[in-house]
Design a protein around this ligand. Structure first.
Ligand code: URA
Length: 187
């Protein structure tokens, strides 16, 4: 099995889909390569595309705050990546062929990191990894097996910023607590 660094070096030059032509750089993922907890978001936005790091904008700041408040941890102890490694122009939704092209990268990351809990943020990551067409509102509220790991679906932090407000944030907090309990072995 490759190391995460080897995988990242290989992914750097990825041209498996047309997003390679419009991206500034590949946003592979960041954090602890041996993490027990891994987050999977949607796709890089403008700031992530420029910085080469996931969730550095407003949504990321909200996520960091909620994770710190509910789980007491910061980015150096978990890993965070996206369904797509390259920014869709204008932040449009990922297209099915892009998601399929990028899927092997995400699956390899998960295999190498081998987290105990995966938290999917929003519809794209959740539908992909749970292999379901059901939306996040339906599937959140419980944990699902994913290989050797447990998968906890929750809202994307952008949903809270876009007007979901207090209700979305309260549910995200509950999902983070669910993940924390699984990690602690108390659930
Ligand atoms: N939204 C995502 O899903 N991922 C990012 O990296 C930034 C915003």
């Amino acid at each position: 099995m490759p190391t995460l660094l080897e995988l990242e070096a290989e992914a750097h030059d990825c041209v498996r889909c047309p997003l390679a032509e419009t991206r500034t750089q590949v946003v592979f993922g960041v954090g602890n390569p041996n993490a027990d907890l891994m987050f999977v978001g949607e796709a890089p936005g403008q700031q992530e595309d420029l910085k080469g790091e996931p969730f550095v904008g407003r949504a990321g700041k909200l996520l960091d705050q909620l994770v710190l408040e509910e789980m007491g941890i910061t980015r150096d102890s978990f890993y965070i990546a996206n369904t797509l490694m390259c920014r869709p122009p204008g932040n449009r939704d990922p297209r099915p062929e892009e998601t399929e092209s990028c899927r092997p990268w995400l699956e390899q990351k998960i295999e190498v990191i081998d987290p105990r809990v995966i938290i999917t943020l929003g519809n794209f990551a959740t539908k992909l990894l749970l292999d379901t067409t059901q939306g996040i509102t339906k599937v959140r509220g419980q944990a699902y097996p994913y290989g050797k790991a447990m998968l906890v679906p929750t809202f994307h932090p952008s949903a809270a910023l876009k007007g979901g407000g207090a209700d979305v944030i309260a549910k995200m907090r509950a999902d983070l607590v669910r993940a924390k309990r699984i990690l602690a072995g108390t659930s």
